[in-house]
Design a protein around this ligand. Structure first.
Ligand code: SAM
Ligand code: SF4
Ligand code: SF4
Length: 397
């Protein structure tokens, strides 16, 4: 595979004014973006801070003590987050994922979860409410999260070997504590299986060739038959600080081949439209998928773009709305809901519910982002777009 270096682009990320359209846009769940994609999934970043320094996300050299993290006054309050989320749900969002930074570092996160758990879709159904965490605080927080109404969690875990794991998180955090946090999540019933299906507890492993690819098989063996779904994520060129190189990406097809050689797999149907993970089930003695052995997922963000089905919006900790993981500009919803001056100096009264829904509707209607598709169609040394890309630790996965 030829080496490909994405150059660092040093320009300030643009903030766009979230304008109020002249014609109101009703929140009726029928919203489609500029490429006909519905809005179903909202990811909310609740902090830009983290206690890990995974080199693919928050390299120590950049995210040091002088890094300008957001001040507390810049963060959306829990009430503001819930207000924005309510508007998204009225527009058709069915799933909310809390992320970060490390979401469990946000004080009293369970209070936010309790507020979000009260929201209902226009059909009166509860949301699929989940959270992605590095697992370091799960032992401490699992019970409170479950009691607040969280359904399930995804735990990021890049290897089982303690030395490899400590190197990956780069703060010398022991793997045993994450595994213990995972056990705590199971013990309180987070992600408990519904109707004999797989557990809602998922494990995310980012595979970086040459760093932790030798952990693929030990991870697969460990989680096979556990009821938990292990998902392998291709190392992505997100942000502008991780020094991403194509030769460090291990394509999902290679991961599947590797596991299949020892533990045979068959491909399974996607669980939902817009699902990012391709599903592969372990084969039992009868040559068919054996649900007791479970399944793995592969997320091929680099080698197989899934922009065509992308139904996700992302809300940053400070209330900027991003239409794509690789966006270089965000829409300022905080000024709109607080009625404070917008980046262009304009001042509005705090937006009403109808105005907020209209503004969100207009932003989604204008969305044409499809970064991964464009990247796949370009020569290896080309870049897509200009401007400074958002960091994963700022916007979440
Ligand atoms: N701190 C939490 C965690 O690690 O689970 C939540 C935030 S983290 C940014 C969300 C997910 O993004 C994690 O599963 C992480 O492994 C993944 N991630 C971060 N940087 C990545 C990259 N460059 N490529 C692929 N996945 C990445
Ligand atoms: Fe922190 Fe998660 Fe990023 Fe690792 S991937 S540095 S745990 S935010
Ligand atoms: Fe969605 Fe952007 Fe990822 Fe494509 S590149 S799948 S549009 S987030």
């Amino acid at each position: 595979m030829s080496e490909r270096v994405i150059p660092l682009i040093d320009q300030r990320m643009r903030t766009l004014v979230a304008a109020l359209p002249t014609q109101p846009i009703q929140a009726n769940g029928l919203l489609a973006d500029g490429l006909g994609r519905p809005l179903r999934d909202l990811r909310i970043s609740v902090t830009d801070r983290c206690n890990f320094r995974c080199s693919y996300c928050m390299p120590k050299e950049v995210f040091d003590k002088d890094h300008p993290y957001l001040p507390h006054s810049a963060l959306l309050s829990f009430e503001e987050i819930t207000r924005v989320a309510r508007s998204f749900v009225a527009h058709g969002v069915q799933k909310i994922r809390l992320t970060g930074g490390e979401p469990l570092l946000r004080k009293h996160i369970e209070v936010l979860i309790a507020q979000l758990a009260e929201l209902r879709t226009p059909d009166g159904l509860p949301l699929d409410l989940t959270l992605t965490t590095n697992g370091s605080l799960l032992r401490k927080k699992a019970r409170a999260l479950k009691d607040a109404g969280l359904h399930r969690v995804t735990v990021s875990l890049d290897g089982l070997d303690d030395a490899v794991f400590r190197r990956m998180n780069d703060v010398d955090f022991p793997v045993a504590e994450v595994l213990d946090g995972l056990q705590a999540a199971r013990d309180v019933g987070l992600g408990a299986p519904v109707n004999g299906g797989p557990s809602g507890l998922k494990i995310n492993m980012v595979v970086k060739r040459g760093t932790n690819d030798h952990e693929i098989l030990p991870m697969a063996r460990h989680f096979r038959g556990s009821g938990m779904v292990l998902r392998f994520i291709e190392y992505m060129d997100v942000g502008a600080t991780n020094g991403w190189r194509m030769d460090e990406v291990m394509p999902s097809a290679e991961v599947v081949r590797h596991i299949h050689a020892e533990m045979p797999l068959v491909q399974l149907e996607p669980s939902a439209p817009g699902e990012t993970a391709e599903r592969w089930g372990y084969v039992g003695a009868n040559g068919q998928h054996d649900p007791a052995l479970g399944e793995i997922g592969v997320i091929s963000s680099v080698t197989q773009a899934f922009c065509g089905d992308c139904n996700r919006a992302r809300l940053s900790t400070e209330g900027k709305l991003f239409m794509c993981l690789f966006a270089t500009e965000g829409h300022d919803l905080r000024s709109l809901i607080r009625g404070t001056p917008a980046p262009d100096g304009s001042l509005h009264a705090p937006a009403t519910e109808a105005e907020l829904a209209s503004a969100i509707g207009r932003i989604w209607q204008g969305r044409t982002d499809r970064y991964s598709q464009l990247r796949a169609s370009l020569p290896p040394d080309a870049t897509v777009g200009t401007g400074k890309r958002i960091e994963m630790s700022y916007i979440g996965g």
